[in-house]
Ligand binder design. Sequence first.
Ligand code: GLY
Length: 320
Amino acid sequence: MERRKFLSNTLLTSLGLSLLPSINNSDSFASTSRKPIVMSTWNHGLAANDAAWVVLSAGGRALDAVEQGVRVSEADPKVSSVGYGGAPDRDGNVTLDACIMDEEGNCGSVAFLEKIMHPISVARKVMEKTPYVMLTGDGALQFALANGFKEENLLTEEAKKAWLDWKKKQTELKIDKDHHDTIGMLAIDIKGNISGACTTSGLAYKMRGRVGDSPIIGAGLFLDNEVGGACATGKGEAVIKIAGSAMIVELMRNGKTPKEACKIAIERIAKKQKDCKDFQVGFLALNKSGEYGSYSLQKGFDYAVCFDKINKIYKSESFA
Ligand code: GLY
């Protein structure tokens, strides 16, 4: 069933809205009011944006757009850092983290969730059906099953083979420009409301139980409908240590452009974290006017922006 949904999303992409990916170095786009608009991390953000655009272009809510958008990456076995096909932990278990936030500041999150293809939709249910923000591990799984989600094997043969190869060497795998992770997505709908989503399988071959920034509101994702939003990709520990996405939103509240705000957050990591040469972090930000920007620690961070039916890849500027 989920595979069929994935294939139909891919078909939609090829039939409808996606243009060939193109590279553009313009990193920030000023505008008076640019909506609807959606942006997301990495090249796989293109297909995710297409699915989000289907919702946005029909006048739908940004919250629905970001959920539908990142579900595409979650179901895509080729995306080795999110959902189905994601790299497992060092014991061979695929464990997933996700969060979602809407224009009213409602948010939901799941962490260390196993066997569920779409953690983002479980996070939305946590937001809408419980008085809590975050559920983890077995409790999150029980909640998902009680709400109609089905248990599935998320470890693909390809991911299993890569894990078994890694087990022979047991070398530490860094989140760098060659090991992409995490889809973060921000969208503004036709009413001008912003929402965001963030979902990942986290650091490949991590210690069992390790959780990164992606399910943590304020770290992997934050937004304020009066200001805009931000999301993160890369080494979660580095992002958590500076409350990255919350910092960027507050910088925008105080007048910084999205790109300036992302740059300041990256510079803070570079200043405070001595090992910053060894890992990657990338931030995206979108303000209420539809002005967007990004900045990353290392070269090689790309992101996708869809506006006015044009869905394109941009290269982020970087600190290094
Ligand atoms: N940014 C994803 C993680 O560190 O888990």
